[in-house]
Design a protein around this ligand. Structure first.
Ligand code: GUN
Length: 286
């Protein structure tokens, strides 16, 4: 059996075109472009790469973007003041704080201070609560991007047993809520899970986000499983790989996402979709 590769980059490019057409039609009738503000604290290399990708796609599709960069030592109050300003700024539809942030800054305080209607990352407790209550509004980008990708390939997931490996706030937890919404039976596994293989062997769908290269191999999966790899790891030779051993799993899985070019581009395009949603709902309804 050959695995089918889910080409996230291809789907994201198609969506880029769609969004950029929508923006152009608004600009033509004299409306302002959608606006996204990104707050980047510290010098985490991966964060810098993610943020530059987000800014690049914004530019490509006609969004305005603002990048607010701060050193690792910045005071929490300074960021809170900025968020207050951005909350009031009518040219800014979306506000994003790139994670991770330094430990001296209280994540809960920061995320709760964003206007939930501008929370395009879907990390505000209000939006998290809505997703948990089956009335989602702004939804975390990686999980929603994965659902979009599966839909584009017409992969039916209702009734499947989905197993998450990793229980982060960015992926594992919100992903479990998305999968529940889609009708999956969901299991979240994490660093304290005993006999992990027992779960992965019976999974119809595996979503892995742990940041460990080559973690998942063919011995751990069922034949025909759908495997979604959210990991991004840099090997000593500079190569970027995910959390699965691609060569091992290829041919045993039914569908498989590559790294790079799988989930990553779907995360970025979902962020822009969320920003467009806010732009359309808050300012130009009709
Ligand atoms: N860091 C890694 N992934 C993400 C993401 O999706 N959003 C934010 N804000 N930070 C991240």
């Amino acid at each position: 059996m050959k695995s089918k590769i889910l080409n996230g980059q291809y789907i994201a490019n198609k969506l880029q075109l769609k969004i950029s057409k929508k923006v152009q039609s608004k600009l033509k009738i004299g409306k302002r472009p959608p606006g996204l503000a990104i707050i980047l604290i510290g010098s985490n290399l991966a964060s810098q790469i993610y943020v530059s990708k987000k800014l690049e796609v914004c530019k490509k599709i006609g969004f305005i973007s603002q990048l607010w960069k701060f050193s690792n030592l910045v005071k929490e109050s300074k960021i809170l003041n900025l968020i207050e300003k951005l909350n009031k700024d009518s040219t800014i539809d979306g506000i994003l704080i790139q994670l991770p942030i330094p430990k001296h800054i209280n994540k809960k305080t920061l995320f709760s201070s964003i206007n939930p209607n501008k929370d395009v990352d879907g990390f505000h407790p209000y939006n998290t609560g809505l997703l948990c209550q089956k009335i989602p509004y702004l939804r975390p980008c990686t999980p929603l991007g994965i659902i979009t990708l599966l839909k584009y390939y017409k992969i039916k997931i209702k009734g499947l047993h989905a197993v998450m490996i990793g229980a982060s706030n960015i992926v594992g937890r919100p992903m479990s809520m998305e999968l529940l919404l889609s009708g999956c039976t969901t299991t979240i596994t994490h660093r304290y899970t005993k006999k992990l293989k027992k779960f992965t062997k019976q999974a119809d769908l595996i979503i892995i986000a742990i940041g460990q290269a080559n973690f998942l191999t063919k011995k751990w999966i069922k034949k025909g499983a759908i495997i979604i790899d959210v990991g991004i790891n840099r090997l000593d030779n500079g190569k970027i790989v995910g959390d699965i051993n691609f060569n091992s799993i290829y041919k045993k899985a039914s569908y498989l996402t590559p790294v790079p070019g799988g989930v990553g581009p779907m995360t970025v395009i979902t962020l822009l979709k969320n920003t467009l949603k806010v732009y359309e709902q808050n300012y130009y309804k009709k």
